[in-house]
Design a protein around this ligand. Structure first.
Ligand code: 6PG
Length: 625
């Protein structure tokens, strides 16, 4: 198949060069001006004011015809091509799309008078005499502005097929998902609001992607009309109020049976509420966790879907090609359960992510006094290649080694970590559910402490301490790190299990882990390893293999924390892991005293070890009692 070339034709002064150049830019094709290919005899004749004859033009047209056939990817040519016989020469052996710029003699002669062209205005009459308008191609009225002429060409060239999916919000994630879907052969309509700051987003994306399968919109009505029925619309906009506002605008536009998906990091209770209210309008609502950041969205993210199973099955075949592939050959796309289950699983994914990030930060802090960035990266590389491979570890290695002007960029990053809410929601959920997920909670608190920067700076100045650098045993550290990670994942999964039971979601934890094996931020060898164990034992702590590893790592964890404390390195997540481990493996805990205190000042009652469970007692605990 020959590449398509575009010839913008019309009499001199009709704007062929301006239109051709802009069109070439939009289509990312080279631009050519046919006048540049005239034999010198023709140019001389024209300069002398003599009109060219058909015989004069033939060699020129043949040169052009041969030239076009050498354009490997096609091109845009501005050429008068006034007669049918000329056009026949040009399109023989070439695949040409014709664009005819139509205008009247008066307007064109006014334009020509304003510019210095070797074609003198008086010769225009002979051009109009020669002109045989084509009865094919795209005809444009040149009184319209240049931009709209080119838009008209583009929309004529791109046949408007109904799209498989519509994506609202062309931020980083929305745009990347749209490109990903297009690369998998899906046709995609995209919408972005039209504000002065965002006005360029849709036109830029259209010219960047240059695909006949992409339709761009800045108003919602035609966007929805461009979708195949039932309309599948994915919102990739900030969580909270913007989602509610978007839903309100969409309700009157969507037909019954439409499927609306929220792909943001929304709070699962909001998703439950929205799903219920959209049901009343006959619209299916899916809350979908999308993990993997920009690169994941572009090349294959992990999708955690919640909502009705029927709606999920309708969108599955669209999401399937876009999602990452797991190590077993399936896609990292999973149905988590009803209503808010997908968003809940994504929230806890992020909670675990917070603690995983914090653990790496603590390891970095432990090693920093005695090793430079390159040496720390070497330690991490060894771990990454020998059993602890993970996306976050790889990313951390890249961060450690990144230099700007020959200096480590990380050394210039202010030590204040922001957050967008999912870590806090995970922590609140853990506290509400009574699930002791202390690592993710501590990771949120560590970010809060990081943000008390002025206070930290002030207090540190008032402290007379001698800084002390321990020589950390990296083998012990590796063991301690894996110990803490196992507990972090176990805690997050237990939290999902508890909430799933409360909400009747029936979440399959091994399926959650499978969906996390690729595409997402948590992807790691650990996640892959946990899948079969989770199938054998719903609580990882009681799995013999896990328990043995934890038990054997205890010594290393204690030693690492001891060294960290000596060098004044805060280790909130490592310490939480050890405290949790001690707590969860202690038979007779000090909670007896707590319950006694509760009874002493509030008569809340207590159960006795020497009596049966469920029998409650209360006592007068003070000495006068
Ligand atoms: C993901 C990430 C993604 C994002 C978080 C960061 O799975 O792709 O978790 O969702 O990085 O929003 O959250 P914080 O801004 O709260 O750290």
């Amino acid at each position: 198949m020959k590449p398509v070339s575009y010839i913008v034709m019309g009499v001199s002064g009709s704007g062929k060069t301006s239109v051709g150049k802009l069109l070439a830019q939009k289509l990312k094709l080279p631009f050519y001006d046919a006048d540049d290919f005239h034999p010198t005899s023709n140019i001389k004749k024209m300069r002398e004011g003599n009109p060219l004859t058909d015989e004069d033009r033939m060699p020129w047209l043949e040169i052009l015809q041969r030239e076009i056939s050498t354009w490997e990817h096609g091109g845009v040519l501005a050429c008068s091509a006034l007669k049918e016989s000329y056009r026949e020469v040009l399109q023989s052996k070439n695949n040409i799309k014709w664009i005819y710029l139509k205008g009247n003699a008066k307007l064109i002669s006014e334009r020509m008078a304003q510019r210095d062209h070797f074609m003198k205005p008086e010769m225009l009459d002979s051009q109009f005499e020669a002109l045989e308008e084509p009865n094919y191609g795209i005809h444009l009225d040149i009184t319209n502005p240049l931009d709209s002429l080119v838009s008209e060409i583009l929309s004529n060239l791109i046949p408007m097929n109904l799209s498989n999916i519509g994506i609202i919000g062309m931020g980083v994630m929305g745009k990347s998902l749209a490109k990903n879907a297009l690369s998998k052969g899906l046709s995609v309509s995209v919408y972005n609001r039209l504000t002065p700051e965002e006005a360029g987003i849709i036109p830029d994306l259209i010219s960047e992607v240059n695909s006949p399968k992409l339709n761009g919109f800045t108003s919602l009505e035609p966007f929805i009309s461009s979708l195949a029925e039932p309309a599948i619309v994915l919102m990739m906009i900030p969580a909270g109020e913007p989602i509610d506002a978007c839903i309100e605008t969409l309700i009157p536009l969507l037909h019954k049976g439409a499927i609306l998906i929220d792909g943001g990091n929304s709070f699962y209770k909001d998703t439950q509420r929205r799903e219920q209210s959209l049901k009343l309008h006959g619209i299916e609502y899916l809350g979908m966790g999308v993990s993997g950041g920009e690169q994941g969205a572009l090349h294959g993210p992990s999708f955690m879907v919640g909502g009705s199973f029927e709606a999920y099955t309708k969108v599955k075949e669209l999401l399937d090609p876009i999602s990452a592939q797991d190590p077993f050959g399936y896609k990292c796309l999973g149905y988590m359960g009803a209503d808010g289950a997908g968003h809940y699983v994504k929230t806890i994914h992020n909670g675990i992510e917070y603690a995983e990030m914090q653990l790496l930060a603590e390891v970095y802090a432990l090693l920093k006094p005695s090793l430079n960035n390159e040496e720390i990266a070497e330690v991490f590389k060894e771990w990454n290649e020998h059993g602890l491979g993970s996306f976050l570890l790889e990313t951390t290695i890249e961060i450690l080694l990144k230099k700007e002007d020959n200096q480590y960029l990380l050394d210039f990053v202010l030590d204040q970590a922001s957050s967008k809410g999912t870590g806090t929601w995970s922590s609140i959920s853990a506290l509400e559910m009574g699930v002791p997920a202390n690592l993710l909670i501590e990771a949120v608190i560590a970010r809060s402490i990081s943000n008390l920067n002025p206070l930290r700076t002030k207090l540190s100045k008032s402290l007379d301490t001698v800084s002390y650098a321990s020589t950390i045993d990296t083998e012990m550290l590796k063991e301690a790190y894996q110990f803490a990670r196992i507990l972090n994942h176990q805690q997050g999964l237990s939290l999902i299990a508890a909430t799933s039971e409360k909400e009747n979601w029936n979440i399959d934890l091994s399926e959650v882990l499978r969906v996390w094996t690729n595409g997402c931020i948590l992807r790691s060898e650990l996640v892959v390893w946990l899948i079969p164990l989770m199938k054998e034992q719903n609580n990882l702590l009681t799995h013999p293999e896990i328990f043995t590893i934890l038990k054997q790592s205890e010594v290393s964890v204690v030693e690492i924390i001891h060294q960290g404390m000596e060098q004044r390195t805060p280790l909130p997540c490592f310490s939480s892991a050890l405290n949790y481990w001690y707590g969860i493996t202690t038979k007779d805990s000090s909670a007896s005293l707590i319950q006694a205190q509760r009874d002493a000042f509030g008569a809340h009652g207590y159960q006795r070890t020497d009596k049966g469970q469920g029998e409650w007692f209360t006592s007068q605990w003070n000495s006068n009692g």
